[in-house]
Design a protein around this ligand. Structure first.
Ligand code: PXP
Length: 246
């Protein structure tokens, strides 16, 4: 059975919309672990649009599962990774103008940089995974640069029309076979939902699925009722006297 990494960037997105201190992704990671998460995934972006350096440091100290840090292959991020030492680094492409990570890493055309990154992280004892599209040449290139793990981008599968989903699913399935045949370990993620996750979870050799948006969306839906009820109760039956001047 594939394990589940919860991507909690989306909680930080809500916090940053107000630049306040709630909701706190560090507290929510604890709840995700209570719910059965096998790992916590965060993406520290260059522009710090959601996860902050403080979140990374606190999560490193507080989570009881595994911390997977997604980051771009930049000098700044390498220094942070070597300092904080997450359990795994997933290298992702990063563009300032994108809403979320759009495509996979182009390992073929960035072999030298990626190889050096993997080497530096490995010598610090941190395994690296490469977030790539389900394409044979990118898988081979990932092996060439010394990666032990890849994360297959499931976004195209997730967005595909009903007719095309089968084709996109086959690409992922074949990519897993290919990767395993050359000794790579395989994770997957992006765009997975309660409706489309099952076929992906059933692929033999799939080790971990990283899922964020759909779980946070569902948490808002099934948790909102209780949140409103608590506020209603507080308004109808206040628990304390006003503490400000009369
Ligand atoms: N894996 C990677 C590398 C990602 O960048 C993301 C998005 O933050 C995810 C998984 C999770 O995607 P989603 O939020 O669509 O479930």
């Amino acid at each position: 059975m594939a394990s589940l990494g919860i991507n909690i960037d989306h909680i930080a997105n809500v916090r940053q919309a107000r630049r306040t201190n709630e909701p706190d992704p560090v507290q929510m990671a604890f709840l995700a672990e209570l719910g059965g998460a096998d790992g916590i995934t965060i993406h520290l972006r260059e522009d710090r649009r959601h996860i902050q350096d403080r979140d990374l440091k606190l999560l490193r100290q507080t989570i009881g599962t595994r911390l997977n840090l997604e980051m771009a292959a930049t000098k700044e991020m390498l220094e942070i990774a070597l300092d904080v030492k997450p359990d795994m680094i997933t290298l992702v492409p990063e563009k300032r103008e994108e809403i979320t990570t759009e495509g996979g890493l182009d390992v073929i055309n960035n072999k030298k940089t990626i190889l050096e990154f993997i080497r530096r992280l490995r010598s610090a004892g941190i395994p690296t995974s490469l977030f790539i599209d389900p394409k044979s040449q990118q898988i081979e290139a990932s092996s060439d640069v010394g990666a032990k793990w890849i994360e297959l981008h499931t976004g195209t599968y997730a967005r595909a029309t009903w007719e095309n989903q089968k084709i996109e699913f086959s690409k992922i399935n074949e990519s897993v076979l290919k990767a395993r045949s050359i000794g790579l370990r395989v994770n997957a993620g992006h765009g997975l939902t309660y409706n489309n996750v099952e076929p992906i979870a059933l692929i033999e050799g799939m080790e971990e699925l990283n899922i964020g948006h759909t779980i946070i969306a569902r948490a808002i839906a099934i948790g909102l009722k209780n949140a409103v009820k608590e506020m209603k109760d507080l308004i109808s039956t206040p628990r304390r006297e006003p503490f400000f001047g009369s």
